[in-house]
Design a binder for this molecule. Structure first.
Ligand code: NDP
Length: 523
C-alpha cells in the first residue's frame, strides 16, 4: 500500500496507518506554477514595503489561527503522515508556534540597519552601515516527514524578512500544505503573499524552473543535487536541508537510564523518519551490554498503532517505498552477522505501513546500513574503546547533520562535541534542536548547504547592502589617478602601515599622504 495513489492529474492522499483516503488534490501545471511565482513577485512589490510591526501583527494572527486549530491540524498531520497525534502536537505544532513568536518579535532587531566598524577608514571621515533587503519570491520545497513545522517555519521567516512565498508540499502530504495556505488566508495576509502549488516531484521541478529568488529545499541528497543543477542556469541560490546518519556516543560515565530513554525516543519518534534521528549508537564497550538491555526493555513497552490513539508511541511509515528501505537495511544487518535484539519485521498485527521498532547489536561501520540513511525505526548499536575511536567512528560518514554525546563529564562532552563534523551536536540531549528556532539549523558534508532558523537562517532570506558615506568629501583620495612615483611610495605605505590596522604605524604615513594629496590637488 502506498500513501498516495498515482493518477495523471490529481493526487489521492491516503492515511498510511489505515489505508483510508484523506482526499484528492489537483496537480498544479507548470504554467500555473510560473503564474504563482509571478503573482508572488507582484505581491512582493507591496509586501516588501510593509513595516516589521505590520508583519509581526499578521504573523502573530497566523499563530493564533494555528493555536485555535491545534487539534484539527495535528489530526491532519497524523492522517497524512502516519505519525501519532500527540507527536504531531509535540514535534510540529508546539515548536513552530515558538518559532513564530520568536521571529515575529525579533526579526526587526536582526534585520534592522547595522553600523559596521571600518577601522582606520573611519578616521578619514567615512562610515558604513548594512541594510538588509528581502530577496523576492522564496520557493519552499519540503519533505513529507515534518510537513507542517518545516514549511511553516521557513515561510514565517521568509515573510518577516519581507519576501513572498510559494510552497510545493510533498505529494504525500498535500493537505497539510494546503492547510498552511489557509492559515495565512485566515490571518488576513494580503493576496498572493503565500501561495501553495500541489503535485509530485515534477511540480517541485517546475517551481525551480520558474526562477524564484531563493529555494529552500528539504529532502534527499539525490533530489538536492538535482535541484542545485536545475537552479544553476538562473543562478537561483538554494538552501539544502538534506539527510543524516546521526551518531549518538554513550560513554561509560553517562547516566545510562537517561541515555537509553533518549536513544529510544531519538531513534523511534516519527517512526525514525526524522533527518536528525539517532541512526547509529556507539556505546563504550564496558557499558554496551547494559545499555542495550535497557534500550530493549524500553522498546518493548512501546505501543504501535494508528496515529489517533493517544497512547500510541510509534505510528506508521509514511510510504511503502520507505518501509522497503527499512526492510532492506535490517536484512543487511542480519546477513552481515549483527543481532536483531527486538523487532526486525513488519508489524503483522496492524494493516497499515507499520514496521516494529528494531534494536540491533553488533553493528559495525562497514555494514551498508551504518552508512546509508535508513529513515526508519531502527537503532543499530556498535561499540568503541576510546574517545578517539568514538570520534573517528562518528565522523566516518558522508553525512553531518546532528550528533549527541552522553557523559557526566561536561568538559569531555564539549571537547568531543567540537570534534564531531555535524551542524548541531548535543551533550546529554538528543534530536530536538530543530525545535529551538533561535539556533541555526543545517548540515555539514552531504547533509546540506546553508542554514534555516536563527539569525543565520534569516540571513539566507535577505541580501545585505553596504551603504558607505564619506562625510568629509573635500579632498581627492590618495589612491585616485593619475599615478606617479609619489603615488607608488604612498601605496607602499598603505600596505606596510595603514593595512597593519595600527594607528601608531599609520600616523608615520601622514607626511607622505599629505605630499600625495597636495600633488593630486595641483593636477
Ligand atoms: P525527496 O528528495 O524525495 O523529496 C523532497 C521534496 O522534493 C518533496 O517535496 C518532493 O516532492 C520534491 N521533489 C522531488 N523531486 C523533485 C525535483 N526534481 N525537483 C524539485 N522538487 C522535487 O525527499 P523525501 O521527501 O523522501 O524526504 C526525506 C529526506 O529528507 C531524508 O533524506 C531526510 O533526511 C531529509 N530531511 C532533511 C531535513 C533537514 O532539515 N536536513 C529535515 C527533514 C527531512 P514529492 O514528495 O511530491 O515527490
Amino acid at each position: 500500500m502506498s500513501a498516495v495513489i498515482q493518477m495523471s492529474d490529481e493526487i489521492v492522499s491516503v492515511n498510511p496507518a489505515t489505508g483510508e483516503e484523506v482526499g484528492r488534490v489537483s496537480i498544479t501545471s507548470p504554467d500555473e506554477v510560473c503564474e504563482a511565482v509571478q503573482r508572488g513577485r507582484d505581491a512582493f512589490s507591496k509586501w516588501k514595503l510593509t513595516s516589521f510591526d505590520d508583519r509581526k501583527r499578521l504573523v502573530m494572527r497566523a499563530r493564533d489561527v494555528v493555536l485555535a486549530a491545534m487539534d484539527d491540524i495535528a489530526h491532519l498531520i497524523s492522517a497524512e503522515s502516519g505519525k501519532p497525534f500527540g507527536e504531531a502536537i509535540a514535534m510540529e505544532v508546539a515548536p513552530v508556534l515558538d518559532l513564530m513568536q520568536w521571529v515575529a518579535k525579533n526579526a526587526e532587531k536582526m534585520l534592522g540597519p547595522k553600523r559596521v566598524g571600518i577601522g582606520l577608514y573611519s578616521l578619514l571621515g567615512r562610515s558604513s552601515k548594512i541594510v538588509y533587503h528581502p530577496l523576492g519570491v522564496v520557493g519552499i520545497i519540503p519533505a513529507w516527514n515534518y510537513p507542517f513545522s518545516i514549511p511553516l517555519g521557513e515561510t514565517v521567516m521568509a515573510l518577516m524578512a519581507g519576501n513572498t512565498v510559494v510552497i510545493k508540499p510533498s505529494e504525500l502530504t498535500p493537505f497539510v500544505g494546503l492547510k498552511i495556505g489557509e492559515i495565512f488566508e485566515k490571518a488576513g495576509f494580503p493576496r498572493d503573499v503565500v501561495k501553495i502549488v500541489t503535485g509530485r516531484g515534477e511540480t517541485g521541478a517546475a517551481l525551480v524552473d520558474a526562477a524564484p529568488d531563493k529555494i529552500m529545499f528539504t529532502g534527499s541528497v539525490a533530489t538536492g543535487k538535482r535541484i542545485l543543477a536545475a537552479a544553476a542556469p538562473n543562478m537561483t541560490s538554494v538552501v539544502l536541508e538534506l539527510g543524516g546518519k546521526d551518531p549518538m556516543i554513550v560513554f561509560e560515565d553517562a547516566n545510562l537510564e537517561l541515555a537509553a530513554s533518549a536513544a529510544v525516543w531519538g531513534a523511534f519518534c516519527n517512526a525514525g523518519q526524522s533527518c536528525s534521528s539517532v541512526e547509529r549508537l556507539y556505546a563504550q564497550e564496558s557499558i554496551a551490554k547494559e545499555l542495550t538491555r535497557k534500550i530493549v526493555e524500553k522498546t518493548r513497552e512501546l505501543k504501535q498503532g494508528a496515529g489517533d490513539d493517544e497512547d500510541v508511541s510509534i505510528g506508521a511509515m509514511s510510504s511503502a517505498r520507505q518501509l522497503k528501505i527499512v526492510e532492506d537495511h535490517v536484512n543487511d544487518f542480519r546477513d552481515r552477522g549483527a543481532i536483531i535484539e527486538i523487532g526486525g519485521r513488519r508489524n503483522e498485527n496492524l494493516d497499515g505501513l507499520f514496521y516494529e521498532p528494531t534494536v540491533i547489536s553488533g553493528a559495525t561501520n562497514d555494514m551498508r546500513a551504518m552508512q546509508e540513511e535508513t529513515f526508519g525505526p531502527t537503532l543499530p548499536i556498535a561499540t568503541f574503546k576510546t574517545e578517539e575511536e568514538a570520534i573517528a567512528l562518528a565522523n566516518d560518514s558522508e553525512f553531518g547533520l546532528t550528533a549527541s554525546v552522553w557523559t557526566r563529564n561536561y568538559e569531555k562532552g564539549k571537547r568531543v562535541a567540537e570534534q564531531i563534523q555535524a551542524g548541531s551536536v548535543c551533550v546529554n540531549e538528543v534530536l530536538y534542536t530543530h525545535g529551538i528556532g533561535q539556533t541555526p539549523w543545517g548540515g555539514f558534508k552531504n547533509s546540506g548547504r546553508g542554514r534555516t532558523h536563527g539569525r543565520e537562517g534569516l540571513m539566507e532570506l535577505v541580501q545585505p547592502q553596504h551603504i558607505h558615506v564619506n562625510r568629509i568629501a573635500l579632498l581627492p583620495n590618495a589612491w585616485w589617478m593619475p599615478y606617479s612615483s609619489n603615488a607608488v611610495k604612498t601605496f607602499r605605505g598603505f600596505a606596510s602601515k595603514f593595512a597593519s590596522g595600527s594607528l601608531i604605524k599609520t600616523s608615520a604615513l601622514l607626511p607622505q599622504l599629505w605630499k600625495r594629496i597636495t600633488e593630486l590637488r595641483k593636477k
